[in-house]
Design a protein around this ligand. Structure first.
Ligand code: C5P
Length: 304
């Protein structure tokens, strides 16, 4: 009888794609203070890049446009989420008798920090996916989702990284059909505190999202999304007026649909063609060279 030796991968790579809330309705509040949401979420093709490799000792190395910002951040929120994800996964693997050798993690931080597009949550989710592969661990999907939720309300959706309708506090997930769109992300480079924006909400019992379009047509989607809201946008604009300015620029650039993502301050425009999105990105970068501007695409989704 022959046996097959199972060897661990040398190095594992994961992308932590930017999360975009196409709509975000706040429909209630739990007794623990967390808000109940009804949100349409999609993901960009671009994001942070992480690698995981076997090592003598654990480490985390930061690089990329926002790596030094993260390293200097006293709270170190996003970086810490990578380490918290690693440590929490380890403790669960300990309970199930699975091994988890020391690991060298690199985080190429391309996404702005505290910016409403996932950032730290996407990094935490990518860490769970990457380490599960590196350590060749086995966990039931709901066990991994539970670890994700302990790390943050947005981490379960980032673990899936596909178009979703998210309810509950963000953990009740349903895959949705959604076409891919050219998208331009704009951030005025002002960090926004999510708890602060939630605190400033005038109402916490807004109507839920109704039925979604059953179409691949961009114009139908733009019309349907325009009838929806991001309930966090008015309080965010009150705190950071540059958010309204960024949305105005995007509207002038002939985007088919413009909104703020999450609790801000990143705003986005969806376009019906690649040249229109490219023109918008170039114009925005030259108007505001001090702002973050990214041209990318959202990924398409299927229900199921
Ligand atoms: O879960 P996470 O740590 O990402 O959330 C950050 C903060 O955002 C929470 O402490 C809470 O104040 C607020 N939040 C909320 N309701 C949600 C998600 C986040 O009130 N559904």
């Amino acid at each position: 009888m022959s046996s097959v030796a199972v060897t661990s991968p040398e190095k594992v790579e994961e992308t932590a794609p930017a999360k975009i809330n196409l709509a975000l309705h706040v429909t209630g509040q739990r007794s623990d203070g967390y808000h109940l949401l009804d949100s349409l979420v999609t993901f960009a093709e671009d994001g942070d890049e992480l690698t995981f490799a076997p090592a003598e000792v654990d480490s985390l190395t930061l690089s990329g446009r926002f790596g030094s910002v993260l390293a200097l951040d006293p709270a170190g929120q996003d970086g810490n989420l990578v380490l918290r994800a690693r440590d929490l996964l380890r403790s669960v693997l300990d309970e199930t008798g699975q091994s988890h050798a020391p690991v060298a993690i690199t985080l190429d931080k391309n996404l702005p920090i505290a910016s409403g597009i996932g950032g730290g949550s996407a990094d935490a989710a990518a860490t769970l996916r990457g380490l599960m592969r590196l350590w060749q661990a086995t966990l039931a999907e709901d066990a991994l989702q539970a670890i994700a939720l302990k790390l943050g309300a947005d981490v379960p959706m980032c673990l899936a990284s596909r178009p979703l309708r998210a309810r509950g506090i963000g953990e009740a997930l349903e895959r949705i059909a959604l076409p891919s769109f050219p998208i331009v992300l704009v951030n005025p480079m002002l960090p926004v505190s999510t708890p602060e924006i939630f605190r400033q909400l005038p109402r916490k019992d807004n109507p839920a999202i109704g039925s979604l379009p059953d179409t691949a047509g961009a114009d139908d989607w733009f019309a349907a999304l325009s009838a929806l809201r991001n309930d966090l946008q008015p309080p965010a604009e009150a705190l950071v007026p540059e958010i309204a300015e960024a949305c105005d620029y995007l509207r002038q650039s002939l985007a088919g649909f413009v909104r703020m993502s999450g609790s801000g301050a990143t705003c986005f425009g969806l376009y019906d063609s690649e040249p229109a999105a490219l023109r918008a990105a170039l114009a925005l970068s030259s108007f505001r060279p001090d702002w973050y501007v990214l041209l990318t695409h959202t990924i398409a989704g299927e229900p199921g």
